[in-house]
Design a protein around this ligand. Structure first.
Ligand SMILES: Cc1ncc(COP(=O)(O)O)c(C=O)c1O
Length: 405
């Protein structure tokens, strides 16, 4: 791993050094720290570049912190949820029902009941059986529930690490080859109303052309289905997938080029008539929350094992599993060493307190020379950090979270 400089990270542009020093030197660690301004800036760049017919739903699963949810709600966008708990959190954070969507491959009956009772914008159907169950529930409640149908397409977007999956066997959505089965059942379902389709098969995409091509493919699929099964498409949900650079050798997604090309695409005469009045939806998670967060931990001990210097920190995979789960490279910086102006670099193994050798962040982490008591920061930890971990293993205290203006 290469040594990284604070200058690479939006997080440090938006948080004053004094404020961060306070946290580093005075607060109990380990901790997640989130920056409100980074979230706002990410949303401004997305909103400012996408054509107006695109609506944005924040994928709450990337970070369900209540302060983040309240802030995102105040910015006027909607919320994509994946469980009853997430629907509840969205409502408690101020999102109106008609701004909440519910997606997930194995929703339980009480969750569907809750969604219907709360009259959310859409339940996204992922199997024919689920359609039948939802229809029954809506009948019981005397309501008509809006739905999107999620299809598993036969094309790839090109995600590098398997997070959502590609075009093969998938637990997500209904195989596009089985669309007949869905529409036959839909004709018999009198208590649901189909608003459109949902296709999302890739996460962490950094190449704007892949997102562009995927968008075009999904619009084509929606058009073909609408013609074949004679139904009116009002919404096309393209999922999330907007990546952020984790390694210092990765580049930011070129949102500007994506926006320019999407603007041309949606005004192309091939699509003009079909897309008239249609809303396109993106559900970014990581793009909005990822760069907003860091995970701070303190070096407790330093020791040598068979010639290798090991930093033993008080944080670990019980709070921050992602780097180990996905083999993802999260840059690490020694903040104490930066603040004290140390210059010499060294390579360390960095490991946490859990009794498993899985609890280690690499054997070749390059840091400014590090001492016990130093505070190190794992960067870009705002998405899939706090919640995609294993907090109950070994009964350590849970990580605290701070949300900074
Ligand atoms: C249905 C759905 N929408 C949106 C997202 C958010 O993806 P990302 O964080 O890559 O934008 C996910 C992630 O798993 C998802 O499953």
């Amino acid at each position: 791993m290469k040594k990284v400089d604070l200058i690479h990270f939006d997080f440090f542009k938006h948080i004053s050094t004094d404020c961060l020093k306070d946290i580093v030197y005075k607060y109990e660690l380990p901790k997640y720290v989130y920056s409100k301004k980074v979230i706002t800036e990410s949303l401004i760049s997305l909103r400012g570049n996408l054509p107006p017919m695109f609506e944005i739903f924040y994928a709450q699963k990337s970070n369900p912190n209540k302060n983040i949810l309240r802030h995102i709600n105040s910015l006027g966008i909607s919320c994509d949820t994946a469980s009853q708990g997430e629907i509840r959190a969205a409502l408690e954070s101020g999102f109106e029902s008609e701004k909440i969507m519910f997606t997930g491959p194995s929703k339980r009956e009480p969750e569907l009941e809750y969604a219907v009772e709360k009259e959310i914008f859409s339940v996204n159907i992922e199997s024919v059986q689920e359609l039948m169950l939802l229809d029954k529930i809506a009948e019981r409640y005397g309501k008509k529930q809006n739905i999107l149908v999620r299809f598993n397409p036969n094309y790839e977007t090109g995600e590098q690490t398997r997070i959502i999956g590609g075009s093969g066997v998938s637990k997500f959505g209904i195989d596009i080859e089985q669309a007949d089965d869905f529409f036959v059942q839909y004709q018999k379902s009198k208590h649901v109303s189909l608003l459109g389709i949902h296709i999302f098969n890739s996460s962490q995409i950094l190449d704007w052309e892949k997102i562009y091509n995927n968008t075009k493919n999904v619009i084509n699929t929606a058009k073909e289905l609408s013609e074949k099964y004679s139904f009116k498409v009002s919404y096309i949900d393209l999922g999330g997938g907007f990546g952020i650079p984790y390694g210092t050798d990765e580049k930011h997604l070129d949102i500007k080029s994506l926006g320019i090309s999407l603007t041309k695409l949606v005004s192309d005469k091939v699509y003009n008539e079909f897309l008239n009045g249609v809303k396109l939806i993106f559900e970014p998670g990581r793009f909005l929350s990822g760069a907003s967060g860091i995970y701070l931990a303190k070096v407790q001990y330093k020791k040598i094992s068979r010639g290798k210097e090991i930093l033993l920190i008080d944080g670990g995979i019980h709070h921050f599993l992602r780097p180990v789960l996905l083999g993802a490279s999260h840059p690490v910086v020694n903040l104490s060493a930066y603040y004290e102006g140390r210059e010499k670099e060294k390579t360390y193994m960095v490991a946490g307190p859990l009794c498993t050798s899985l609890d280690a962040y690499g054997e070749d982490v390059v840091l400014l020379e590090t001492k016990p008591g130093d505070v190190i920061a794992f960067m870009n930890a705002g998405a899939y950090g706090y919640t995609e971990s294993m907090p109950y293993f070994l009964s350590h205290p849970h990580a605290e979270e701070i949300f900074l203006d």
